[in-house]
Design a protein around this ligand. Structure first.
Ligand code: ADP
Ligand code: MG
Ligand code: ZN
Length: 578
């Protein structure tokens, strides 16, 4: 034995022999015998202090723990600092800045809404070659409002403009402006415009602008302060940037009716572009756009599919093709065929809120109602010009609509004639009149409720404010604050006697009744023409104003009045028999 190496912590002795070998021997706790034996044999004994090692190890471990804790704390601190930062920079807009290179949407990707596209093409020229306009002193519009039902391609159009013009595109949903804290929305608006101005020429796109642009002061209690502040800031910014600064504001909404009138003033959203649901041909084009990226079986006829999807928006159509493609993949087929499309259509229509108008009896009734409006507005010289009549539902509404173009001259002068208002009444009641003429008094529907509201409003104003009745040339009521919910009880006492009140009511009712009679008188003898127009409308879904006028003129010239005018209310009409 050469020496002993005692390691008390491990209760072990390492014995080293002279020949260099070693051995481990376990000992008991507090074993004195080993010590004594070693002393007697004069074998050097060294005691290794393991506790030191252990202490070092635990020190290191503890140190590590502290380090980890400190690091953790640091991360937490940093995170909270970031949060504080974010809270402070809350107003910074999170608008997504889309650079030209990444804008992949082109006009050719937008189909079926040719009119809107054409009008927006000009905006592209504004951005690309502003000199052409500024050279002749023309002011470039600041704001363009896209109005139309959801899914018709408004956002898509805005992207396409940016893509075509090759300018940066700042997009933001208006709901993002409205935040928890008062004032945040306004500062976001400021920020968005500041960023945009730095990058002019560019496009700012505010989606769903009705979220901030609602009529101010609506409702009892002053409305929503934060929203109003945001809207005010938006108006200020729009006024603030100089003409022709190269920033064009695009906004989209499907509720143009609730927008604040201040937004629509000249110099703000002075262009308004309607994006309607696509008609049959439009749907075919949209289907073709979305079929480009999908292998269609050669037997698939897109025109047939367009005919089977009345009332579908562009988004619905894109969805239809996508569902069909998914089904095709699931069935491990190579091409999208009619079977897949049929199943996809079934799925989609199940989840649709407004079922496409396929019920032909209901569709016919709506068609007669709308043709009534359209025909009367075309026949009355004093009425507005027909823009188009369609069976495609309007946003949030049922059935179709007949839309007129406002008389530019009247708009400019702000003067409305008595003849025009009378014609408005007749046109408004023409839908109900058509139902009466074709289906009889017991089959008329509540579909005319909106028209009747309008009639009440117009006729009452004619009597009480414009002096267009035998009650004499004086205003019996003054203009009332329009947006207050409870305006009727806020208006206070009427300034006329009870007797005059009764005469007002009688006059108002008389105006309405006469208007309905006039509409019936115009429609009843034109039953054949109405039938033709309804058939055409059901076939094509939309008739443009010019075409409609042409058809009417041709009919009027070719031997009107009809030889044998069917008497009103008889025969029972198609709805009853369908
Ligand atoms: P909106 O903004 O009017 O609600 P979007 O522009 O967001 O509708 O349209 C949603 C999707 O539907 C688009 O991304 C596109 O795929 C499809 N889509 C809608 N309209 C059209 C159209 N006119 N042409 C082609 N695709 C369309
Ligand atoms: Mg949109
Ligand atoms: Zn109507």
């Amino acid at each position: 034995m050469r020496d002993l190496d005692l390691s008390p912590a491990r209760r072990e002795v390492t014995v080293r022999y002279r020949n260099g070998q070693t051995a481990q021997v376990s000992i008991f706790h507090n074993d004195q015998t080993l010590l004594q034996t070693a002393q007697q044999a004069r074998v050097p004994l060294s005691v290794r202090d393991d506790r030191q090692e252990a202490a070092t190890a635990s020190f290191v471990a503890n140190g590590l723990l502290v380090l980890v804790l400190l690091l953790g704390l640091g991360v937490l601190l940093r995170r909270s600092a970031q949060m504080a930062n974010r809270a402070l920079g809350f107003g910074r807009t999170q608008a997504r800045v889309q650079e030209t290179t990444s804008a992949t949407v082109r006009f050719e990707d937008v189909a079926g809404i040719a009119e809107a596209k054409q009008e927006l093409q000009e905006v592209v020229t504004f951005l690309r070659a502003p000199e052409r306009y500024t050279a002749v002193g023309a002011k470039i519009p600041k704001g363009v409002l896209l109005v139309g039902p959801p899914g018709t391609g408004k956002t898509l159009l805005a992207r396409a403009i940016a893509g075509e013009a090759g300018v940066p595109f700042f997009s933001m949903a208006a709901s993002e402006f409205v935040e928890l804290f008062v004032g945040v929305g306004a500062s976001r608006v400021r920020d968005l415009f500041r960023k945009a101005k730095a990058k002019a020429p560019c496009i700012i796109f505010i989606d769903e602008i009705d979220a901030v642009g609602r009529q101010r002061g609506a409702g009892i209690g002053g409305g929503n302060d934060e929203r109003e502040q945001t809207l005010n800031q938006l108006l200020t910014e729009m006024d603030g940037f100089e003409d022709n600064s190269g920033v064009i504001l695009l906004a989209a909404t499907n509720r143009a009716d609730v927008l604040d009138s201040a937004l629509m003033r000249p110099g703000r959203f002075d262009r308004r572009i309607t994006v309607d649901l696509p008609d049959r041909r439009g749907r075919e084009e949209i289907l073709a756009v979305h079929a480009r990226s999908r292998p269609l079986a050669s037997a698939v006829n897109l025109a047939d599919w367009a005919a089977r999807t009345p009332g579908f928006s562009g988004a619905d159509l894109a969805n239809l093709l996508n569902e069909a493609a998914i089904l095709t993949a699931r069935r491990q087929q190579q091409e999208v065929d009619d079977a897949a499309l049929t199943d996809a259509l079934e799925r989609i229509t199940m989840g649709l809120s407004v079922a496409p108008l396929q019920d032909s009896a209901k569709k016919r009734l709506i068609a007669y109602h709308e043709i009534g409006h359209a025909l009367v507005t075309t026949l009355l010289p004093a009425a507005d010009k027909l823009d188009k009549v369609t069976l495609l539902p309007r946003a949030g509404g049922v059935g179709g609509f007949a839309r007129t173009l406002p008389d530019e001259e009247m708009l400019d002068s702000g003067l409305i004639t008595r003849a025009f208002l009378k014609a408005r009444l007749v046109v408004a009641l023409a839908g109900r009149a058509a139902e009466l003429v074709v289906f009889g008094p017991s089959e008329v529907t509540q579909g005319a409720a909106g028209d009747l509201d309008l009639v009440a409003q117009i006729s009452r104003t004619m009597v009480t404010r414009y002096g267009f009745s035998s009650l004499g040339p004086l205003a019996l009521e003054s203009e009332s604050g329009e947006v207050f919910l409870g305006r009727d009880w806020l208006r206070g006492d009427p300034q006329y006697s009870e007797q005059t009140g009764r005469r007002i009511d009688a006059q108002v009712q008389d105006l309405a009744r006469r208007a309905l009679a006039e509409a019936v008188a115009l429609l009843a003898p034109r039953r054949v023409l109405m039938d033709q127009l309804v058939d055409l409308l059901i076939l094509e879904e939309t008739i443009e104003g010019a075409r409609f006028r042409e058809l009417v003129t041709r009919h009027e010239q070719a031997g009107f009045p009809e030889a044998d005018p069917p008497s009103p209310h008889q025969p029972p009409g198609r709805l009853v028999s369908a």
